[in-house]
Design a protein. Structure first.
Length: 157
């Protein structure tokens, strides 16, 4: 399991984004998330991070993925990405300042706009896949491009 997760919370056509105040991606809009704690599963860590950073309690994910890339020593690294859907009224909450940065509900079209340079590097490449259909996805990041490698649908959903 990789050390980190990034989680997106969707309400109608808006996604809760965090403009981080600290490195490594200071001043950039991204999902919420962080580092897993000892003994946590990927799903448990994602839910905990969402609650710690937003105060929102999420249950089952809509979709999730793993993004991998090669490090300089040919070892693989990566992170888990999640999309949770929440009550439609939450997407109307006002901007909120937290210890991590600024939380704001952003329109999906704003996030995906090709002229928007303030979004974290890979988000506009994998987020459309997570939004399109429930499932588990495997992505690989090679030479600046996120490639969808594998898909599995979630039974019973």
């Amino acid at each position: 399991m990789f050390k980190y997760n990034v989680c997106f919370i969707k309400s109608n056509e808006r996604i809760l984004m965090l403009n981080r105040e600290k490195p490594p991606i200071m001043g950039v809009w991204n999902g919420v998330g962080g580092k897993y704690e000892a003994g946590e599963s990927a799903d448990e860590g994602a839910k905990r991070e969402v609650f710690e950073e937003t105060g929102i309690k999420v249950n089952e994910y809509f979709s999730k993925g793993v993004i991998t890339w090669s490090k300089s020593d040919e070892e693989k690294d990566g992170l888990h990405v999640y999309l949770f859907e929440v009550n439609e009224t939450l997407g109307n909450e006002p901007i909120q300042k937290t210890r991590e940065g600024i939380l704001d509900w952003k329109e999906i079209d704003w996030i995906m706009h090709p002229n928007n340079l303030g979004i974290a590097e890979m988000v506009t490449q994998y987020l459309p896949v997570l939004l399109a259909k429930e499932g588990d996805y495997l992505f690989e990041y090679i030479d600046g491009i996120v490639k969808l490698m594998e898909t599995s649908t979630i039974a019973g959903r």
